[in-house]
Design a protein around this ligand. Structure first.
Ligand SMILES: Cc1cc2nc3c(=O)[nH]c(=O)nc-3n(C[C@H](O)[C@H](O)[C@H](O)COP(=O)(O)OP(=O)(O)OC[C@H]3O[C@@H](n4cnc5c(N)ncnc54)[C@H](O)[C@@H]3O)c2cc1C
Length: 502
């Protein structure tokens, strides 16, 4: 029997597995797909490798949460290209969203308005981001469930964090209105894109503190592993196996029974037993797998089902000359087509191009290009085969047309041109209706109202982007750190009872 069984080999589940295994707690990881990665995974095709979700890692520099995680599990050979930021293409202007804070602060005033109101608004966002990034790195955890959490959070927040906690009840819309900037279309347009990508929400309902953190991820540092996500997963999985961890691919868990000290996880070809279990899958799946916890999860699943959204990813393998424009060294771009139309379906899309020397992502003389955008799930279900294919073809054409604003010759002679839709995500990651990115955050489902890691069944843990704090690579690592700590605490107690001499 293993100490811990982990369901789901995405970044959340795998980070927990690595943390525990590196602390001497035996783990087995069960993943339904034939490859690890989930929404931070990759798709090999015709000599290319495409990132099918996350293309960038957030806060993985040595002092960041991701960097500390890699150090803790003993991985020192992930080569990360630190991105200088990226270029945001608004309908009527281009904005350099630079990593270097001095450059970014100057650029936002020049391109988005330099009035006392603008300055005050940005100051508020900067203050919140600075206080809460520091608290995040010091281990803040929500929702507060017991006295210990409260004490830990007080320790993690310094005076400025406590003072700014009053903004927990504000949305970004509230902050814009307060500063008289809610009709400033360029500012609202840029913030909308940044917030949709990080908090998965519309500006009007997006919680201010979470959004300030999301908007500032460029300052926290974006990086891309050499070889993209394929390069990252090689290193992570090699280290885990070296530490004695066991990976079971093509193993779709169908049921979890039992209780602390004796859980049984069943799948088509057998079962495993473990003292504790982590469900690092969306909560809708966790609810189906674990009848004992279904009731406790019910109110969260019901509440969040209407807040789920989808994603589209266009994978292009193209000759190098189709992306040869230099754009001051930027290979990552975010585009908004028009200020009036709703976001999604290309209106807010992200383009990532693999590096020239990245041979894991593309053969010599070629580049892997990933274009992603949000979408509604309902647009992609209930279609006939023909309608589905037609919708895919129309979407490919639209995304390429939009992307040609940045790379005018893009996809003239592509070697690979394939679109992933919510149906693809459903197929490859099993996520309900192919929903990605966790719930769209609002006041009623975030922070103190977020889904906790521990829902009351001893030794049964939740993780992943449908739990606090939500989507993103840094969020996965933060959640993993908290869950691993909780498990370690219980493991100590359990091991002592099982073997009092220990
Ligand atoms: C298009 C897109 C772009 C993104 N871009 C970025 C970015 O640039 N930077 C960033 O930081 N974040 C980004 N994100 C967000 C980030 O990728 C996700 O938040 C993160 O990868 C989620 O990881 P997870 O482990 O929580 O869930 P998942 O990745 O969904 O992992 C869950 C795993 O569980 C497996 N599974 C499901 N059911 C079972 C079962 N019954 N038995 C066994 N296994 C099961 C699935 O196959 C999957 O591998 C992006 C997301 C998308 C969709």
């Amino acid at each position: 029997m293993d100490d811990v069984a982990i369901v789901g080999g995405g970044l959340s589940g795998f980070s927990i597995a690595l943390l525990l295994q590196s602390r001497g707690i035996s783990t087995v990881l069960l993943e339904s797909h034939s490859r690890l990665g989930g929404c931070a995974g990759f798709y090999p095709r015709c000599g290319f490798s495409f990132d099918i979700g996350a293309t960038t890692l957030v806060d993985f520099h040595p002092e960041g949460l991701g960097g500390q995680f890699l150090k803790e599990v003993g991985i020192d050979d992930v080569r990360l290209e630190s991105l200088p930021g990226y270029k945001a293409w608004l309908p009527d202007r281009e904005v350099e969203v630079a990593r270097e804070q001095g450059l970014w602060h100057a650029e936002r005033l020049v391109k988005l308005g330099d009035t006392p109101r603008h300055r005050k608004f940005w100051q508020l966002l900067d203050d919140i981001a600075s206080a809460y990034w520091a608290a995040t790195r010091r281990g803040i955890k929500l929702p507060i469930r017991k006295l210990d959490d409260l004490v830990d959070n007080f320790r993690a927040l310094d005076w400025s964090g406590l003072r700014l906690a009053r903004y927990l009840t504000w949305s970004v819309g509230d902050a814009l209105r307060h500063h008289g900037l809610d009709q400033d279309k360029a500012l609202v347009g840029l913030l909308s894109m940044m917030i949709e990508d990080t908090v998965h929400a519309r500006i009007e309902s997006a919680p201010l503190i979470n959004s300030a953190l999301g908007i500032s991820i460029r300052g926290a540092g974006l990086s891309r592993p050499t070889g993209g996500m394929r390069g990252l997963w090689r290193k992570l999985s090699r280290r885990y196996v070296d530490l004695g961890g066991r990976i079971k691919l093509r193993t779709s868990v169908t049921r979890i029974d039992g209780s602390f000290g004796d859980f049984r996880l069943t799948f088509a070809k057998g079962s495993v037993q473990a003292s504790q279990v982590v469900c690092a899958v969306p909560i809708g799946i966790a609810q189906e797998l674990a009848p004992n916890c279904a009731k406790a999860l019910d109110r969260f699943v019901r509440r969040d089902c209407a807040a789920m959204g989808g994603g589209l990813v266009l994978c292009l393998g193209v000759p190098e000359e189709e992306v040869s424009e230099s754009h001051e060294g930027h290979r990552h771009h975010q585009l908004l087509q028009d200020y009036q139309s709703p976001l999604g379906n290309g209106n807010n899309m992200f383009i990532s191009v693999s590096a020239a020397d990245d041979r894991l992502s593309a053969p010599a003389g070629f580049r892997a290009v990933m274009i992603s955008t949000h979408c509604e799930l309902s647009d992609w279900w209930g279609l006939s085969k023909d309608d589905y294919q037609r919708r895919k073809a129309d979407t490919v054409e639209l995304l390429i047309r939009y992307a040609r604003r940045v790379y005018p010759r893009l996809a003239t002679t592509p070697v690979v041109c394939e679109l992933g839709t919510p149906r693809s995500y459903k197929h490859y990651t099993n996520r309900p209706y192919g929903s990605v990115g966790g719930a769209r955050l609002n006041m009623t489902n975030s922070n103190q109202n977020a889904v906790p890691y521990d829902i009351g069944t001893r030794g049964f843990w939740l993780a992943g982007d449908t739990t606090w704090p939500g989507l993103g690579t840094v969020a996965c690592v933060l959640g993993a750190t908290h869950v691993a700590k909780g498990i370690e605490k219980l493991t100590g107690g359990w091991a002592k009872r099982a073997n009092p001499q220990a």
